[in-house]
Design a protein around this ligand. Structure first.
Ligand code: NAP
Length: 559
């Protein structure tokens, strides 16, 4: 059947809807979803995107130094060999503007823009039980009826500005790393304060320091930060990778985290001091996530094992920072390594050796107030500033979904259903919200992986679900309550067996006052999760109900 014929069939079969699918967001997820549904399956799909262009995360996060922490050769789509071969990345890690250019190229190559409505926020979506359709309302006053609603909203797209007293009173310039001005910012000759020391600050601070006359970093929690080791990639390495498209694709799909990284066979507690240091040094010199996601797996479970790795990392910080007092402040304390997202460093620690750069501990002495002239701490110390940069992160994973009034059966609001933490099956669907699919939703591997790998897997699984529904002539799919409950329990048990709950992180929702403390990503790992999903599909959609007909899930799904 040609695409045109399929389109005609889809149109005639869907008189009760305006489109077959509404997709929210035009980042990696939304673009691939649109390409799959429209170009491959011949469905009518429409994307709503709040930005004026494509890119999602990479549209908004334009702060100085913004780049992916994934190696560029695996930070892209693998679904099309020619696309993969024709795109050239300039460095080991792709910079923000390059990723955006890549996504613009994808948009053009697959003619996607004509079905994307830009500068439009989806405000609400309500499930209509009488027709098994969703009514989607936007801030431009449009209402669209669709069979399938697919959220491609990203896990880190709802920016968080802490509710400091006086936050609106500052008379100088205010920025947030998560929605940076398109025209850039010139900090030359300015006194700048950066609040936060996560991955965004770690990338921005060295570059802001080059311009600012005075820079103060307000740090609440010191981070474990390892070298990025960015730079050009040797032409012969690039060539070898191009030739190995199939191999790379297979390996990252089967891997633990979507990278070409494997854990050491032995644990940190099973090797001598000498071997441990040699291995850690090797990974330190290579740069990237090797020390975190390709090191010693026992460090995620045993504090004793973890302490051996942290000791090495503490030493490295002390070597890099001249002033011993500043170094001590930069040494993380009170939580294990690896359970808080590990930022990659390109000169962050060395920046604190510059005379005009200062580090302030706002754990011991919290920010009491933002004033017209700057920041005041609890002990009364004041900092006069010309600009404040909030590098204070995101209401992660659930935040972007909670901002939309998504109402399922009985008009229940998704954010209310998730009041005590997310409740999903596979991080893909939630009971009583039929035909709502979430790309890399909470309780899927998502943020604990190289995102494009997880995105492709979810998009392809959703496409398969929609294809199967249409083939059966079914109009409604949803997880069973039993499968969802068991998945939630499985995720909590898996997290509780690790050290992840021991730190206050956005994985735990701990960065947002009042958010329930629940570990949100899934810990099955990319390859095993993928295999689990494939088996679920092959067994006739275990744990799901199609038009009310449920297929129970095997116990292995929750192991
Ligand atoms: P983040 O990691 O959540 O860091 C936010 C920072 O703001 C933390 O240092 C936090 O301190 C601080 N903060 C929050 N509320 C505060 C308050 N009331 N007072 C003082 N400090 C406060 O956010 P992010 O740096 O934007 O990164 C978020 C995630 O986005 C990353 O973990 C990563 O997954 C992704 N990201 C990726 C890249 C990349 O791939 N290169 C780059 C940037 C971001 P606490 O630590 O004490 O909470």
């Amino acid at each position: 059947m040609t695409t045109a014929e399929r389109t005609a069939e889809s149109t005639s079969g869907g008189q009760d809807v305006d489109v077959d699918a509404v997709i929210i967001g035009a980042g990696f997820s939304g673009l691939y979803m649109l390409h799959t549904l429209r170009n491959r399956m011949g469905l009518r799909a429409r994307v709503f995107e709040r930005g004026s262009g494509v890119g999602g995360t990479w549209y908004w996060n334009r702060y100085p130094g913004a780049r992916s922490d994934s190696d560029s050769y695996i930070y892209g789509f693998t679904f099309d060999r020619d696309l993969w071969l024709e795109w050239e990345w300039s460095e080991r890690y792709p910079e923000q503007h390059e990723i955006r250019a890549y996504l613009e190229h994808v948009t053009e190559r697959f003619d996607l823009a004509r079905d994307i409505t830009f500068s439009t926020n989806v405000l609400a979506a309500t499930f209509d039980e009488s027709t098994d359709t969703w009514e989607v309302a936007t801030d431009t006053g449009e209402t669209v009826r669709t069979r399938y609603l697919i959220t491609a909203v990203g896990a880190l797209s709802a920016s968080n500005t802490p509710p400091f007293v006086g936050v609106d009173t500052f008379a100088g310039e205010t920025y947030h790393t998560g929605h940076w001005p398109h025209e850039g910012v010139d900090f030359s000759g300015k006194r700048v304060g950066v609040i936060g020391s996560g991955a965004s600050a770690v990338q921005a601070v060295p570059l802001i320091a080059q311009e600012a006359s005075d820079l103060t970093v307000f740090q609440r929690t010191a981070n474990y930060i390892v070298p990025a080791n960015n730079g050009p990639v040797a032409p012969e390495v690039k060539e070898a990778r191009k030739r190995d498209w199939e191999g790379i694709r297979e390996r990252i799909r089967a891997s633990n985290f979507g990278f070409e990284l494997e854990f050491e066979e032995k644990g940190a507690l099973e090797v001598s001091d000498e071997e441990l240091r040699e291995q850690l040094q090797k990974r330190w010199d290579e740069g990237g996530f090797g020390i975190w996601l390709g090191g010693y797996v026992d460090m995620f479970f045993s504090d004793e094992a973890n302490a051996r790795v942290r000791e090495f990392l503490h030493e490295k910080i002390r070597e890099k920072v001249d002033d011993p007092e500043v170094a001590e402040l930069l040494v993380p304390k009170g939580y294990p390594f690896g359970v808080k997202r590990n930022p990659l460093d390109s000169g962050y620690f060395e920046t604190f050796n510059l005379p005009h750069v200062h580090l302030v501990d706002v754990k011991a002495n919290p920010i009491a107030e933002i004033t017209a002239t700057g920041v005041r701490l609890a002990d009364g110390t004041r900092f006069d500033l010309d600009a404040i940069v909030y590098a204070t992160g995101f209401d992660a994973m659930t935040g972007p979904l909670a901002r939309i009034d998504i109402r399922g059966r009985g008009e229940e609001l998704l954010r209310e259903k998730w009041g005590e933490g997310p409740r999903t099956y596979l991080g893909l669907m939630s009971a009583d919200f039929p035909n709502l699919f979430m790309i890399t939703g909470p309780q899927s591997p998502s943020v604990l992986s190289n995102m494009p790998v997880s995105i492709e897997q979810h998009v392809e699984m959703i496409a398969r679900a929609i294809g199967d529904l249409r083939e059966r002539g079914a109009s409604r799919m949803e997880p069973t309550r039993e499968a969802e409950d068991a998945w939630v329990t499985h995720n909590q048990e898996a997290a509780n067996a690790t050290l992840f709950p021991k730190a206050d992180t956005w994985y735990m929702g701990a960065n947002i006052p009042g958010k329930p403390r629940v570990f949100m990503p899934n810990l099955d790992f990319v390859g095993p999760y993928r295999a689990k999903c494939a088996a679920i599909v092959e067994n006739g959609w275990e744990g799901f109900a199609i038009d009310g007909e449920a297929v129970p899930a095997r116990e292995e799904v929750f192991a």
